[in-house]
Write a protein that binds this ligand. Sequence first.
Ligand SMILES: [Zn+2]
Length: 264
Amino acid sequence: MATTARTYRTEAIIVRRTDFGEADRIVTLYTAAYGKVRAVARGVRRPRSKLGGSLELFSHTEAQLARGRDLDIITQAEIVRAYHHLRDDLWRTSLACYAAELIDRLNEVRQPNPPLFMLLRDTLGYLDEGGSAEALVMRRFEAQLLGLLGYLPELYRCTACSERLQPGRLYYSEASGGALCSDCGPGQQRARPVSVRAIKTLRLLAQKSLDYTTRLQVGAATAVEVEELLQASVTYILERRPRAAEFLGRLKADGLAPAAVRSR
Ligand SMILES: [Zn+2]
């Protein structure tokens, strides 16, 4: 598919929408073929718009777009998967919002990354199917997203002295880009002690399939550690905490997270 054609088709997941003008919407799509694309959906807020339902947040669509000067124009969109079940559940919807926000904020426009499209699609698919390993699946999403964009924390060698990490006392610093050995850790900015088990779990999450991840047995303390390390790295790279992460934190505090998450 030549990118110079006036119109093009691609599979896409809607990661952001903003109302625009009287009846239009600016839609950010994460596409399989072209990466992030910003486009306008004309008249989409009119009741009888043909585009309407296929451009909901997170919807997986097959879209046809026309090249515009600033923004492309969505001319057709057909639903591939609407993720209806996930929308019935506030916690899962919020996790999906978080995934969409990270995709939107960590990608520049038109940097194709097909594996990243598949990662997002499969993560939303899992949330929609209602499996109970959603916390680990989200950690895998974060780790593999960072990996696919070249931000994966170093998990095998000390980020200060480059020595291979040995079992024992380890540290982690998002500012230094990953793990630190027992000699270097104490002297580094933002370094915190971290268990060998958390580092090993992170290595697996960064590499393994969704299926493998859902069968992984991770203790509650390690799960909390892994979540904190990834959150620290994501926040450091974005230079602020994701908005959806704040909201997930509020849901937890208000007792609106699933029991398994609350009890941590
Ligand atoms: Zn070191």
